[in-house]
Design a protein around this ligand. Structure first.
Ligand code: CP
Length: 471
């Protein structure tokens, strides 16, 4: 099967079978590295890194050189015409006419998707703000598989900055699809964002237990958790009492500890970086002496700052430099597949949780915009051509997920294009948490963020329309 001309903007762009195919090809690439030279001869990769990078950029560029292809690069917005006000879409169109594949890192969430929409060549997301970093997840899963042969059933603890780290959402969704148990251990104030929790809890087959539902015995353990996600496969995991399964999981120890640094560069205005640094949990020799971590593999996407003591570098459980090294064969495999230089040997399995569910779309271009200030769709240079697009993921209250950055929006009012039985005097709008929100068919749904917006389009308040500001 071919993966030629596909994009990799989020980890969900590849099925589980396709991810396994990347791993098989990466094995081949690593085993016979020198024989791969020439596989992408004549192909050009555009390497656009508008945020700092050591591993991702240099491993992609190394991968393309090892395949015999060429690289063109831009690594500073100030040295490109983006700094003159050019849109990402125009840049993508132009670079798509120069290169055969584009790898992009950009601070705006959803930027890689815009590039993919306009480039006309395959696009790989090398990190878009705090949204996703799917090729890092390929490196993470590949490292785990190489060491443990499987991902299914493993207990994987995510440690540190779960709020701003972009490697975390990509990894969380992939682990859920591969059937792992996920233990969330954030630094104080750095919990997994609600929209990621909500997607994890509603789109995959596992069960998400929040801290508040766990019993005191679990809460008092040395290893303090915010939440646990369990894909049921063993009898205790099927227990209906959340704390029972969580407790057994903890007693069995942690297979992988995935450490992340505090993403200082993404803190919100007014957020106290010094406080977050002071309370940040550190992984050191003392922690790894605890029973839970006896057989734990320690991973880190790197770079590290102070969250992981250098004293554990020589510990055989530390695998993070190996993980970074595996970035080259993984990215060689991915480039060769998306450029069509190699076919993928895919065995699709029949297990559930292979892909998140489909949702109806809302894309009228008016009534609602993404509330995330880091979303590409609300940036000055982009907002005049990007039509807001949302997945309708909840009906009461109406909940929308931005198609670019995946943040959730809870709009205030709903109306219908069929004016409720076609009568003009029924051109009414209602609160988005009223029963009307479930009655209107998704294809007829109109959404308004304010009463004035609804009135400007000729709608009157219905019986179930609270005034703006009313609770
Ligand atoms: N892991 C990772 O993305 O590292 P870089 O920021 O150095 O690319």
């Amino acid at each position: 099967m071919t993966l030629a001309n596909r994009n990799m903007v989020t980890i969900d762009d590849l099925s589980r079978g396709e991810i396994e195919a990347v791993f098989s090809l990466a094995d081949q690439m690593a085993d016979s590295r020198d024989k791969q030279y020439g596989l992408c001869k004549g192909k050009i990769m555009a390497s656009l890194f508008f945020e700092p990078s050591t591993r991702t950029r240099l491993s992609f560029e190394t991968a393309m050189h090892r395949l015999g292809g060429s690289v063109i690069t831009a690594s500073d917005v100030g040295a490109t015409s983006l700094s003159k006000g050019e849109s990402i879409a125009d840049m993508a169109r132009v670079i798509g006419s120069y290169a055969d594949i584009i790898v992009i890192r950009h601070p705006w969430e959803g930027a890689a998707r815009v590039v993919a929409d306009y480039a006309g060549v395959p696009v790989i997301n090398a990190g878009d703000g705090g949204h996703e970093h799917p090729t890092q997840t390929l490196c993470d899963l590949y490292t785990i598989k190489k060491e443990r042969q499987t991902i299914k059933g493993l207990r994987i603890a995510l440690w540190g900055d779960l709020k701003y780290g972009r490697t975390v959402p990509s990894l969380v969704y992939a682990l859920a699809r591969f059937g792992a148990t996920i233990l969330f251990r954030p630094g104080p104030g750095l919990e997994l964002p609600e929209h990621v929790m909500n997607k994890l809890g509603s789109e995959y087959t596992g069960r998400l237990e929040r801290y508040a539902n766990l019993n005191e015995k679990v809460k008092q353990r040395l290893f303090p958790l915010d939440a646990i996600y369990i894909t049921p496969s063993k009898p205790h995991q099927l227990a209906n009492i959340p704390s029972v399964s969580a407790q057994v999981e903890l007693e069995e120890g942690v297979d992988v500890l995935y450490v992340t640094r505090l993403q200082m560069e993404r803190l919100a205005a007014g957020e106290e970086g010094e406080e977050l640094k002071r309370d940040y949990p550190v992984v050191d020799k003392k922690l790894l002496r605890e029973r839970e971590f006896e057989k734990t593999m320690v991973l880190h996407p790197l770079p590290r700052v102070n969250e992981m003591a250098r004293e554990i570098d020589a510990d055989p459980r530390s695998n993070y430099f190996k993980q970074a090294g595996l970035g080259v064969p993984i990215r060689m495999a991915l480039l060769a597949l998306l450029l069509g230089s190699q076919e993928a040997a895919i065995t699709e399995d029949k297990e559930p949780f292979n892909r998140p569910g489909e949702h109806p779309l809302y894309r009228r271009g008016f009534g609602v915009r993404c509330a995330n200030p880091r979303c590409v769709s609300v940036q000055k240079t982009e907002a005049n051509y990007i039509k807001p697009e949302f997945k309708i993921v909840g009906r009461r209250p109406v909940t929308l997920r931005c198609a670019y950055c995946e943040h959730e929006v809870y709009p205030r009012y709903v109306a219908s294009t069929d004016w409720h039985e076609g009568k003009l005097d029924s051109k009414k709008y209602h609160s988005a948490d009223s029963h009307w929100s479930t009655k209107i068919k998704p294809e007829n749904l109109i959404i308004f963020d304010s009463a004035s917006d609804a009135k400007a389009r000729g709608f009157k308040p219905g019986h179930y329309a609270r005034a703006d500001g009313e609770k």
